[in-house]
Design a binder for this molecule. Structure first.
Ligand code: SAM
Length: 246
């Protein structure tokens, strides 16, 4: 079963995308600067200096970054493989909030209410179940394509990076963020970008794959915190990059 279909994952991602820092940290000395990843990934990578029409959020999970993109783009399509994640995103879109419970200590849970930022435009977003490796032709092209923490969850990241150029309009932006957390569970080791003992760095392999169609404009480290329970957090640092379609 896809791990992203479980009720536990849905609750954890609702918390990751929508909980306040105070209710996540509960006074513990975890870094506030690493909280709010879906908002910071868009703020850190998107060039919003010109009006944007269509944006695509691939691997959107429960929709945090898709709603964030709606502040700058006239329409946003959020696509995820997980039916359960998309159902949660659709519920949030409909009413603006959704209750969930996350682990605190053992079987003891913390209830919280996921709320979509009132400054976003929920009505501009369309959520779909779909496969980033095989997008329908009729989806068209976009001025912005975001793939946040997706690349190292794909079965063939190199193929994805080669084919994604077809989805980005000339002059458009491809926004990538990845901690390059390669796992056999998601990607056969032979298909990791770098990450093998004798290969180059993952980012260099990525750059070489994107170079024929894109120009690298900007890189930034984007830390994130995912809470596993009340006193356990996963701290990661995604490498964010913005690529301009030639
Ligand atoms: C590590 S999570 C990142 C979610 C979100 N972008 C974020 O930054 O929090 C990876 C997401 O990609 C989705 N995913 C994995 N493989 C996918 C695929 N082939 N097509 C679309 N979504 C996929 C998963 O269901 C999950 O929601």
């Amino acid at each position: 079963m896809n791990p992203y279909e479980s009720a536990r994952m849905v609750a954890d991602y609702l918390f990751f995308h929508y909980a306040d820092f105070a209710e996540a940290a509960r006074g513990l000395p975890v870094p506030e600067s690493a909280w709010g990843f879906p908002r910071r990934v868009v703020a850190g990578l998107l060039d919003s200096s010109t009006p944007l029409q269509r944006a695509l959020d691939l691997g959107c999970a429960v929709g945090g970054s898709s709603f964030e993109l709606s502040k700058s783009a006239a329409s946003v399509v959020g696509v995820d493989f997980s039916r359960a994640f998309i159902d949660a995103a659709l519920a949030l879109q409909k009413s603006g909030s959704l209750g969930a419970e996350v682990a605190l200590e053992g079987a003891r849970k913390q209830a919280f209410q996921a709320r979509v930022d009132a400054l976003t435009h929920r009505e501009r977003v369309e959520f779909r179940v779909g496969d980033a490796m095989s997008l329908p032709e009729d989806l068209g092209v976009f001025e912005v394509v975001l793939a946040a923490n997706l690349v190292c969850r794909l079965p063939d990241p190199a193929r994805f990076l080669k084919e994604i150029a077809d989805r980005v309009a000339p002059g458009g932006q491809l926004l990538l963020a990845t901690p390059f957390s390669w796992l056999e569970e998601f990607t056969t080791p032979g298909l990791w970008l770098g990450g093998a003992p004798a290969s180059g760095e993952s980012f260099h392999v990525m750059r070489d794959l994107l170079h024929p169609c894109f120009e690298l404009e900007h890189t930034v480290d984007i830390p994130f915190l995912i809470r596993e329970h009340g006193r356990k957090f996963q701290y990661g640092i995604s490498l964010g990059s913005r690529w301009r379609r030639r």
